[in-house]
Design a protein around this ligand. Sequence first.
Ligand SMILES: Nc1ncnc2c1ncn2[C@@H]1O[C@H](COP(=O)(O)OP(=O)(O)OP(=O)(O)O)[C@@H](O)[C@H]1O
Length: 571
Amino acid sequence: MRTVFSYLKPYRLAVYVALFLMLVELAVELTAPLILARIIDDGVVAGDLNVVIFWGIILMASSLVAFLAGIVNSFYAAHAGQSTGLDLRGAMFRRIQLSSFAKLEDFATSSLIMRLTNDVTQIQNTVFMGLRIMMRAPLLIIGGVVLSFFINARLALVFAVVIPLLVLTITILMKKGALSFGWVQRRLDQVNHVTRENLMAMKLVKAFVRRGHEAKRFVTNNTQLKDQTVKALRLMEITQPVLLLLMNGSIVAVLWFGSFQLNTGNAQVGEIVAIVNYATRIMGALTVLSMIIMFLSRAKASAERIEEVLTTCDADEMVTDANPETYLRGNIKFDHVSFSYGKTEQEVLRKVSFNISSGQTIAILGATGSGKSSLLQLLPRLYTPQEGMIRIDDVDIQELDLKVLRESIGYVSQQTMLFSGTIRENISWGKPEANLNEIVRAADAAQIHETIQKLPDGYETRIGQRGVNLSGGQKQRIAIARALIREPQILLLDDSTSALDNRTEAAFLRALEQYPCTTILITQKLSTAASTDRILLLEHGELLAEGSHEELLSNSTFYQELYSSQYGKEA
Ligand SMILES: Nc1ncnc2c1ncn2[C@@H]1O[C@H](COP(=O)(O)OP(=O)(O)OP(=O)(O)O)[C@@H](O)[C@H]1O
């Protein structure tokens, strides 16, 4: 909880003001029974109307002050709560953005979304409640007990028995509650996860007629969420009756002992009324406290989940102050590079070594799962190899400024990802300051300019969520244009031409010649690979062979088999 609540620090002033106003409210609440005792004993019983009027006015005035303090307290409490939430969400978002993939993969996307939204809301509410009523309840209980002793110590002894019992009950419930609500949040993650998957795979679910199966999966998770929430709430629901029972018992005890004390002259009517009044207020505070326990239990579970993100995600991608004009030339050298996704995972790349000179175009060929995408992702340092070294322009990429490294790279991932917005915005996402000419040039090279022009709104056509209103090939080409507009020194194409027909692909590869960059393209098509300077053959994470199309055709049986599988034996 400590890390999360340290985010309250910048709002210290609002916190102090809110706490001060809360204390004002508390003071009025605590002194009211004292005033009441005075009105009864010195005014009503003694028959002095002046005392009744004087203390009556004081009671009214202090109530008004408490009322105003309450309103202003709400403003400050809301400000502190909402601002802490804003900062927490911001901090988590930045952490997630800066974190390495290796760490980020510890969390499901849906869980991260829940932590950024739902969990932060729990903290926001807790801060608000804390400043508004949470602190008031225990202080009211303590103050009520102390003042009761001050009024009549013998009668107040009843509280000395009841209060420790209450504290014990509350502590036990709070511990169990935090555990239970932690599970509620996890179940909520699960429901979110299934919903997200279903929404994303809606077409697939319909086409495979798997609606029933998916509905069942959803219902199972949804029911688990309900059951867990009911279980957690049930724990909380028994709190209130237990607390009420204890407090009502203590009121009866005060009245019972009070009647004896009254007869022996050791207590006055006003004192008994005041202590019963305190008992009632303490009971009210306890009801609030039971609600607070629920909030705190939830907040504790949420704070732990938020802290997990803030501490697990390593902010390894620090923005440095290297000269933004520093660009790389694009000579790439892999030197005995081995890589696996985790300590326990199998090696995906094994002692891979090769050189690429600046300006060359290289194709990587290999069966699915042979490690092609993994190899590509090592270059922009999306992952770090465990062994060996990758050099660009003879510098270990681990020592290169990350911003410089990534700004020199144009990366087109295997799964095309477009953002909601217009086509123009999507292309210029690669270079925000690009003008329309640059956008058109990139789109033209990516063989998508003509298609865009035929659209009614041209470059201003809005792309639906994840590009739903575009074909697979169109999306791929926009993604390519987005990478080309950066005029990168290194262009990485991860099977990015798979949805293009041969003619368009050939035109694209020709257009690429205008860009003097080192290009590494992953492809399944031999025709594409054959048009590059050199081909790397990857199998089970090892570099099997490398050379030009002709060289491999005469030297590599693996390549010959690939060739005959694509062009027929007789070829
Ligand atoms: N994020 C990941 N975490 C753990 N293992 C992974 C991850 N991504 C890929 N792998 C594993 O690494 C191996 C190589 O995957 P990679 O995506 O690099 O292959 P690929 O040659 O690009 O395959 P494809 O042609 O099908 O895209 C596979 O066995 C895969 O299961």
